[in-house]
Design a protein around this ligand. Structure first.
Ligand code: AMP
Length: 112
């Protein structure tokens, strides 16, 4: 398996995991862009948000419920950003769907 996040989901590459269940995993980004920078991934391989279909509705709903729970439990629910880069032009560097959770500082809008 040559997908970095599949390997992290399988426990073959270590990560600073903060949440895991059968469907998703959340871990700290190795190069944080904010004081709080967490990545939330589905365990099944999905290349990006552009590959999602109706059959993924429950999985994506679950991911967002996990995100809300992380925000509550880690104390950043007052202000955070969810980002999913899609494709090289948008800066996607790992071709496995992931949601960045960014918090702990003022976040400019629009993003660069
Ligand atoms: P993107 O550029 O949107 O595809 O996001 C990929 C993110 O994965 C970047 O923020 C990287 O810093 C992060 N990343 C790359 N390798 C690892 C790793 N081994 N553990 C945790 N985060 C990683």
């Amino acid at each position: 398996m040559d997908c970095l996040f599949c390997n992290i989901a399988a426990g073959e590459i270590p990560a600073k995991t903060i949440y895991e269940d059968d469907l998703v995993m959340a871990f700290y980004d190795i190069a944080p862009a904010a004081p709080v920078h967490i990545l939330v991934i589905p365990k099944p391989h999905i290349p990006s948000a552009a590959a999602l279909t109706e059959k993924d509705a429950a999985l994506v709903g679950h991911i967002f419920a996990v995100i809300a729970r992380l925000a509550r439990e880690h104390g950043f629910e007052e202000g955070f950003r969810i980002v999913s880069n899609v494709g090289a032009l948008a800066g996607q560097s790992v071709p496995h769907l992931h949601f960045h959770l960014l918090s702990g500082r003022a976040l400019a809008w629009p993003p660069g």
